[in-house]
Design a protein around this ligand. Structure first.
Ligand SMILES: [Fe+2]
Length: 476
C-alpha cells in the first residue's frame, strides 16, 4: 500500500548502515518508543538496520536442489507522524532475502526499498524513475519477471527493480508502457509466460484496469473497466477464459481523506459487492458482473473453469474490513471459501472449505488459472502459528505446528523439479521466534507436512510480520 504522511523522529544517524560480517557482528538500533499501536511494536515493529549476514547456522538439511533466493517484502516505516492512526499497510518497503546454494545458507540481507524518505535519511540519490507524486513507497510483494527482481505495490508507483543482493536499482514502468499504477499481486500465466494484473490508481475512482505485461517486458494490453467509488482491489484471479475482478465494499472514503487519515479506505455499508468476469482478451463492455454477499477478500488462492461451465475461485474471506478496525485487518476470523460463479444464471454459490483462521493463500503456481488441489496458508492462533495445507480433493487440512511462541508468515510452495507433481516440493516461510526475537527461514517437505521441518535456517535478526514474497531460483 502506498498512502503515507510522515514527520521525522529518525535521522540518518539512527539508521545503521549495512553491516557485513558474521551474524554476531550485527548492530542493533532501538526503535524510537513504544507508541501504543500494535502494528508499530512487537513482531510487527519495523527494524531500523540493514543487515548482511553470511553462512547462517542451519538445523536440518537444506535441499541441494534449492539454489536461489527466498525474498519477502513488507512495510517498515522509518517515520510515523501519527502513531495512533498508523495503518499496517503503510511505511517504507523492506525486502528480506536469504540466498541458498549447495545446501548452505550463504547470506541473509534486508534492504529498504528506496523511496524518497529512505534516500533522504541515508543521504542517497533518488532512484531513476522516482515518480513526481509523493506516493513512492513499494512495500507489498516481490516477484521475478522478465529477468528482473521486482518489488511491488498497488495503486501508486510502478514496480521497483532490485539487484540480486536486493539493492534498489530503479523504478520499473515496463519500458514506459505502463502509464499508471501497477499491482501488488500480478499473476504469471504459466502457459503463456505473460504477467496479468488488475490495477487501480489511488487518484482515479471510476476505473480499474486489466493489464497484461508480455514476455518482452512491455504492457501489451491495458483495458479500463468502469467502477465507482474507488474500490480497493488488492488481488485478482484468472482462469483460462476470464479475469476475475473483485469490486467489494471497501472503497476510498472522502471524509477519512479530508480528515487526514493516512489510509482512507473504509467499509462502505450498503455498497454492492460483485465479481466481474472479464474475458481475458475482451473489451470492458463484455464483463459480466455477478453480485455476491457483502464481504471482503484480500487474497484469492486461484480460480479455474469447471467442467460444468462455472468458474470456481478459492479465497480467504472476511465478513467485513476496515469497518471497526482501522489500523489493520482486524475484523476476523477469516475463512477459506470456494465461490462458484455461474455466468449463465448470474449467481454465486459459496462453500466454506475451512474455518481455521488463516491468510496468505498460495498454490503451486504452475497451476495458476487451472484446477489446483492444494492450498497453502499461514495459520493464525494467539499463542503460535502454523503452516496449513488444505486438500480440495479430500477436504482434509494438514497443519505444520511451529510450536509455542513461534509464528509463521506467508508460505510459498516450491516444486522439487519442473517434472514434479503438485504437492511434490517444499513449503518455505519466515518464522518469528518470540523468546529470542529473531526469525528463522523454515523449509517443510510438503510430502511430510506435519513432520519436522527439513531445514530451519537461523537468522540473526527479526523479520517483521509482513506481506508477500517468492522463491526466485537462480537463472541457469
Ligand atoms: Fe496481498
Amino acid at each position: 500500500m502506498t498512502t503515507r504522511s510522515a514527520t521525522s523522529p529518525i535521522t540518518k544517524a539512527t539508521i545503521p548502515q549495512r553491516v557485513h560480517g558474521a551474524p554476531d557482528a550485527v548492530r542493533r538500533a532501538p526503535f524510537p518508543a513504544d507508541i501504543g499501536n500494535p502494528y508499530l511494536t512487537g513482531p510487527y515493529g519495523p527494524v531500523l538496520e540493514e543487515v548482511t549476514a553470511f553462512d547462517l547456522p542451519v538445523t536440518g538439511e537444506i535441499p541441494v536442489e534449492l539454489v536461489g533466493r527466498f525474498v519477502r517484502n513488507g512495510p517498515n516505516p522509518i517515520e510515523v507522524a501519527d502513531p495512533a492512526n498508523h495503518h499496517w499497510f503503510l511505511g517504507e518497503g523492506m525486502v528480506h532475502g536469504t540466498y541458498l546454494r549447495d545446501g548452505r545458507a550463504e547470506w541473509y540481507r534486508n534492504r529498504f526499498v528506496r523511496s524518497r524518505l529512505v534516500c533522504d535519511r541515508l543521504d542517497e540519490p533518488y532512484p531513476a524513475g522516482t515518480p513526481r507524486s509523493r506516493v513512492d513507497v513499494v512495500n507489498t510483494h516481490v516477484q521475478f519477471f522478465s529477468g528482473k527482481t521486482l518489488a511491488l505495490v498497488e495503486s501508486g508507483p510502478p514496480a521497483m527493480a532490485l539487484s540480486h543482493e536486493l539493492e534498489t536499482l530503479s523504478y520499473e514502468d515496463f519500458q514506459g508502457t505502463l502509464g499508471g499504477a501497477f499491482s501488488a499481486h500480478p499473476h504469471l500465466d504459466p502457459l503463456t509466460g505473460e504477467w496479468h494484473a488488475v490495477t487501480y490508481d489511488q487518484g482515479v475512482k471510476n476505473e480499474v484496469r486489466h493489464v497484461v505485461v508480455g514476455t518482452d517486458g512491455k504492457v501489451r494490453r491495458s483495458v479500463a473497466v468502469p467502477v465507482s467509488d474507488g474500490p480497493m482491489v488488492h488481488d485478482f484471479a484468472m482462469t483460462q477464459r476470464y479475469v476475475l475482478i473483485f469490486d467489494l465494499p471497501v472503497a476510498w472514503n472522502d471524509t477519512a481523506a479530508a480528515n487526514g487519515h493516512p489510509f482512507p479506505y473504509r467499509w462502505s455499508e450498503g455498497r454492492t459487492a460483485r465479481v466481474g468476469l472479464l474475458p481475458r482478451e475482451g473489451a470492458a463492455r463484455e464483463i459480466l458482473w455477478i453480485d455476491v454477499p457483502p464481504c471482503y477478500v484480500f487474497h484469492m488462492a486461484n480460480a479455474f473453469d469447471a467442467a460444468d461451465g462455472t468458474v470456481a475461485v478459492d479465497l480467504v474471506e472476511f465478513s467485513s474490513m476496515f469497518r471497526t478496525s482501522l489500523n489493520g485487518p482486524g475484523e476476523g476470523p477469516p475463512v477459506l471459501s470456494r465461490w462458484t460463479l455461474d455466468a449463465k444464471s448470474g449467481t454465486v454459490a459459496k462453500t466454506v472449505l475451512s474455518r481455521r483462521a488463516r491468510e496468505f493463500p498460495r498454490i503451486d503456481e504452475r497451476l495458476t488459472g487451472r484446477q489446483h488441489r492444494y492450498i497453502y496458508g499461514a495459520g493464525i492462533q494467539t499463542d503460535r502459528g502454523s503452516a496449513l495445507c488444505f486438500d480440495t480433493e479430500t477436504g482434509v487440512e494438514l497443519a505444520h505446528d511451529f510450536g509455542p511462541g513461534r509464528f509463521g508468515s506467508e508460505c510459498v510452495f516450491v516444486p522439487k523439479s519442473d517434472a514434479a507433481g503438485e504437492g511434490e516440493g517444499w513449503v518455505m516461510t519466515y518464522v518469528w521466534n518470540a523468546p529470542t526475537n529473531t526469525s528463522d527461514l523454515v523449509i517443510i517437505d510438503a510430502a511430510q507436512f506435519e513432520g519436522p521441518p527439513r531445514a530451519v535456517i537461523h537468522l540473526p535478526v527479526r523479520v517483521p510480520f509482513g506481506f508477500h514474497g517468492s522463491w526466485i531460483a537462480d537463472e541457469p
